[in-house]
Design a protein around this ligand. Structure first.
Ligand SMILES: Cc1ncc(COP(=O)(O)O)c(C=O)c1O
Length: 422
């Protein structure tokens, strides 16, 4: 029996009882032509802008204007160390130690850098295992790594598929793939939270399975970071990568995160691509030294980073630091549970939720299959002021984000959907 209740009054009550409800006021909420708030359910694609972001970026613009190059040392937040100001908060969000985390580059670029180190194929062990509907960029990236090493990208790719008639991947199938092909697989690379189904995988279980068969294991956590408790360190994964423009609200195309497990932190023999930012900080500016590898995830940096983008990340991470990922996930489970409860009232003849019903196997996103519908449904929702995301042939993805979405919005969204379906 669900403890949720029907009706607008209940939704309003939940917002009143919600200790995090005020954070909504710290974001710009997109509006319709008449100035009314849109119901924004696409934080899984692009997170909203915190009102403090401008201030953080302006600080760096002012310091640049006033100090020029001196800003590297004398800006309010000296640029030379700017990425370090992000590390601790980011490490907490993904459940890692500071030495394991760095913010740099963009997601797919980081994935390639990680594969330079953790995809070391041999003639007999060269295959890469990914989930069948991995995000296209991940699939293209691993295929190109196979080709780069001289392998056939069709033969080299093993897909972890859902069973016929099902959408969610099954661990028993992963076990049997690894039993059969484990000895040929060099790398297991899975989307920690699948972008399409919203399934949050058991990172530890997958890592242990992969390692048992001698494979390296990495995760793309684009849909996990800031959404679920990833516990990357405890998962034992070799590496993980994620972006900051979804649940981490850092702006379109903003920089990405990268995790390298502590056990690799001091290994100077790992193959990798390097630049001056992977060199020892103490001697970096002497410019004449032999390369001296920085320990930890920082040792995978290449270039001096873009401060303006990092300032936006800092604005967001400071908010996450204040709230804490545990509290956020606590609210998220309630909000998404409520969303699921209301969706189910619409009737199984009309909709089916693809995302796992177990709150520990999903984040805030629900992927909803709408029977006998096409994209016109999504267009009608948009016209009604609900911003959601359509995936062919018949799935809408909606993510009530705990930092800025409310119970009342979820209620209103369902009312609009009901109207359209009827
Ligand atoms: C799961 C996943 N992987 C990879 C990407 C690609 O990210 P980028 O363009 O930042 O490399 C995205 C982008 O949305 C994504 O959702």
């Amino acid at each position: 029996m669900s403890h949720y209740k029907l009706g607008l009054e209940y939704a309003k009550q939940q917002d009143q009882n919600d200790a995090l409800s005020n954070y909504r006021n710290q974001f710009y909420i997109p509006k319709d032509k008449n100035g009314n708030d849109l119901i924004y359910m696409t934080g899984n694609s692009l997170g909203l802008q915190p009102k403090t972001t401008k201030q953080y970026i302006n600080q760096e613009l002012d310091d640049w204007a006033n100090l020029g190059v001196e800003g590297h040392m004398h800006a309010k937040h000296p640029w030379l160390k700017y990425h370090e100001y992000l590390t601790e908060s980011m490490a907490k969000i993904v459940g890692a130690k500071p030495i394991e985390v760095v913010v740099m580059n963009t997601l797919t670029a980081n994935l390639h850098l990680m594969m330079v180190s953790f995809y070391q194929p041999t003639k007999s062990r060269y295959k890469i295992l990914i989930e069948a509907d991995a995000f296209p960029s991940d699939k293209y990236a691993v295929e190109s790594q196979l080709r780069h090493h001289g392998f056939d990208d069709k033969k080299g790719l093993i897909l972890w598929k859902a069973r016929k008639g099902e959408e969610l991947a099954n661990y028993e199938d992963l076990e049997s793939i690894l039993e059969t092909h484990g000895h040929e697989i060099a790398l297991v690379m899975i989307g920690g939270v699948n972008y399409y189904t919203g399934q949050f995988f058991d990172l530890k279980r997958i890592t242990e399975l992969g390692h048992k068969h001698g494979c390296k294991v990495g995760f793309d956590c684009a849909h996990g970071a800031g959404n679920v408790e990833l516990n990357l360190h405890d998962s034992g994964a070799d590496f993980a990568v994620w972006c900051t423009y979804k649940y981490l609200n850092s702006g379109p195309g903003s920089l990405a995160g990268c995790f390298v497990h502590e056990r690799h932190a001091y290994n100077k023999n790992l193959n990798r691509f390097t630049g001056w930012w992977s060199h020892n900080k103490e001697t970096r500016f002497k410019m004449r030294d032999e390369f001296d590898q920085l320990p930890g995830a920082e040792g995978w940096q290449l270039s001096n980073p873009p401060i303006l983008s990092m300032a936006a990340i800092k604005a967001s991470l400071d908010m996450f630091h204040e709230v804490g990922i545990k509290k956020l996930v606590g609210k998220s489970k309630k909000l998404t549970g409520y969303f699921e409860f209301l969706l189910k009232q619409l009737g199984e003849d009309k909709i089916r939720i693809i995302t796992p019903s177990n709150p520990n196997e999903r984040g805030c996103q629900l992927s909803i299959q709408v029977k006998n519908s096409d994209k016109t449904l999504h267009n009608k929702l948009t016209d009604a002021g609900v911003i959601s995301d359509w995936r062919e042939p018949d799935v809408i993805r909606c993510a009530p984000v705990p930092l800025y979405n409310s119970f009342e919005e979820v209620y209103r969204m369902i009312e609009k959907l009901k109207e359209i379906l009827n």
